[in-house]
Design a protein around this ligand. Structure first.
Ligand code: MN
Length: 290
């Protein structure tokens, strides 16, 4: 079993390639297409995920089950956090009564209603298959630190913007801060909140300022959570959320002219490939830092 540490370290991959995928949100079919496209080798390649495996798309549990694979490394997103909060008393007692538990909860409103398909109402619990997925979500870390020196990269869900960025001299936390968290096996609570929820960097507030693509002292940090038409890089944060679930909604509700999809980034080659429920083909691109 994998450890429960919130921040975990892995050596560089010396035998295969590393890939990072954006917010899956249940879009398992798109991931399969991308892994075929890059000829992903489960024996030696690794796939990192920026979290939000579940909700909104068609195959949430299937995406959660990826956590069982030895080649798959994800961080917990705010959607896994909301699911774990929703099931916190169930996790403690083993009893789930939909009539009592399914009331006024943001998790269901934000796309978690798929869980209702796994309620075992007669036995006042969830199905075994679902329980396994829930336990896997409990074991997810908040951050992966991979490799050393020039090959080092991080995987997080949202961003590393400091709460005190206006006075600190740095907008984001640096490798030296992250090394301290690793050493103590502790992520400070204010950092944890931002790792789950922050849109400070990828939404208007900072993205509109003239900030560079890289931040001295911070290794390349893959993230998601805030989607845009293409991957983009700000202050060493490379955001891979390109709205996979939007392409699903767009297909089922029949909307036109949509650029959304799921993006997979090839770390060694430094280029990405994207697939959408709106198209049969995939397309490749490179990140333009700003
Ligand atoms: Mn998110």
């Amino acid at each position: 079993m994998k450890s429960n540490a919130p921040i975990r370290k892995l050596p560089a991959n010396t035998v295969g390639k590393d890939y990072v995928v954006g917010d899956l949100h249940g879009c398992y079919g798109l991931l399969e297409r991308l892994l075929n496209e890059v000829e992903f080798d489960k024996a030696c390649d690794r796939l990192f995920s920026v979290g939000d495996l579940i909700d909104r798309g068609p195959d949430s549990l299937r995406c959660l089950q990826l956590l069982e694979e030895s080649w798959f490394y994800a961080v917990r997103g705010n959607h896994e956090l909301m699911m774990l909060d929703f099931f916190s008393s169930y996790l403690a007692t083993g009893k789930f009564d939909p009539l009592e538990d399914i009331v006024d909860n943001g998790f269901l409103e934000y796309g978690g209603d798929w869980v209702s398909g796994y309620v075992d109402a007669d036995r006042h619990c969830m199905t075994q298959e679902f329980n396994r997925g829930l336990i896997l979500a409990l074991q997810m870390p908040l951050m992966w630190v991979v490799g050393e020196g020039s090959t080092r990269f991080h995987v997080i869900h949202a961003d590393l913007v400091r709460p005190d960025y206006k006075t600190a001299g740095h907008i984001v936390w640096l490798d030296s801060d992250i090394d301290q968290w690793l050493e103590r096996q502790l992520i400070p609570p204010e950092v944890e909140q931002r790792l789950y929820w922050s849109r400070a960097l990828m939404s208007s507030q900072l993205a509109e300022q003239e900030v560079a693509g890289t931040q001295t002292g911070l290794s390349l940090t893959f993230c998601g959570h805030t989607y845009a038409a293409k991957p983009r890089q700000l202050l060493s944060h490379l955001c891979l959320d390109t709205g996979a679930f939007v392409s699903w909604w767009s297909r089922i509700y029949g909307e036109e002219g949509d650029n959304s999809g799921l993006t997979l980034f090839d770390v060694q080659e430094s280029r990405w490939v994207s697939a959408s429920y709106r198209r049969d083909d995939v397309f490749w691109g490179e990140v333009s830092a700003r």
